[in-house]
Design a protein around this ligand. Structure first.
Ligand code: GUN
Length: 321
């Protein structure tokens, strides 16, 4: 647990006085306020490093007993952000002692060719986890490709069998980003039972499984999406707000109540080159009890959970064979 110092009360700070976060890092307020409310940052980099350490030990144990955890990544087309994400995933896998394979297909690959590739990975006993990087090129339907991945190798947890288990509160293999969010909430001891959790976004990758996991943890969950009438009227009542809308700085200061816990899943590069989340951080942070930064919040957790899922699948494979 990451308890300890909570900078969540109104602190008497003099002009530009530094304060520290839970790791003792100095955070400096650069504006002349005498009384400042400082939210505690939920530090995904820090928690993810700890998870990666645990995963590396798990991977070593598996390797020593004859099963080297192996992740196969299928990248179709030339989507530049996907190429970068995949590179990060592979680098993190190597550092944790997990083998990774990169399989690429051109953007002209047909649906049938992509599914055939997935099926050949399904049949390869040396592959424990299969990740089809999304989005797929225009014209390719993602769902049949996702359903082609054997549920036992579905490292993303996107197959209907794995999604169904989450929906019925029996999660077996949980999608990486929502799993990472749940881990962060746990590490920062955020109470979930009876809390009002609002999820903005209903994607397969984040929003839907996120809502299901929070519900399974006994939160009262509202899921907002593009057809929701008056989304701020929901977010203002949130004790926990998870935003995965893909819309930079969508959530403004007047969309949240005092003391809210905010998890920002969004990450967008602005025209000036800055990275921004789906939450207007400078406006929301003064009202929040806990908030994730962008970058350095959810992103590192997603990769750590991918590594954890790969080891879980490799262990199941070893036990079954
Ligand atoms: N694209 C963006 N996030 C993800 C993810 O978590 N898994 C896959 N497969 N593709 C993604």
């Amino acid at each position: 647990m990451l308890s300890g110092r909570h900078l969540t009360t109104t602190l008497p700070l003099s002009h530009n006085q530094p304060c520290t976060d839970l790791k003792g890092h100095v955070r400096r307020r650069a504006f002349p306020l005498r009384e400042v409310h400082v939210a505690q940052l939920m530090d995904g980099k820090f928690v993810a490093a700890r998870v990666r350490g645990e995963v590396a030990k798990h991977a070593e144990r598996l390797t020593n007993s004859g099963t080297r955890p192996t992740l196969a990544v299928l990248l179709v087309g030339e989507h530049e952000p996907s190429k970068i994400y995949v590179r990060h995933k592979q680098r993190a896998a190597a550092k944790a002692g997990i083998a990774s394979q990169l399989h690429t297909l051109p953007s002209t690959a047909s649906q049938a060719e992509i599914i055939a590739k997935v099926q050949s990975l399904n049949a390869d006993p040396g592959v424990h986890g299969i990740l089809v990087q999304l989005p797929l090129p225009a014209g390719i339907h993602a769902d049949p490709v996702i359903q082609a991945v054997k549920p036992e190798k579905d490292v993303d947890g996107f197959h209907s069998v794995n999604m169904g288990k989450i929906a019925t509160a029996r999660p077996e293999l949980t999608p990486c980003t929502p799993k990472g969010v749940m881990r962060l909430l746990r590490e920062y001891e955020v109470p979930l039972r009876g809390a009002h959790a609002v999820v903005v976004g209903r994607s397969r990758v984040v929003g839907r499984p996120m809502s299901a996991l929070l519900l399974a943890a006994d939160a009262t969950v509202s899921t907002c999406h593009r057809h929701t009438e008056d989304t701020p009227s929901f977010t203002r009542r949130a004790d926990i707000l998870v935003v995965a809308a893909g819309s930079p700085e969508l959530v403004r200061g007047d969309w949240v109540k005092e003391g809210v816990v905010v998890v920002d899943v969004g990450i967008s590069r602005m025209p000036d080159g800055r990275l921004r989340g789906d939450v207007a951080f400078e406006e929301v942070e003064p009202k929040a009890r806990l908030i994730t930064p962008v970058p350095g919040g959810v992103g590192p957790m997603t990769i750590a959970m991918l590594l954890e899922n790969t080891c879980i699948l490799a262990e199941r494979h070893a036990k079954a064979s």
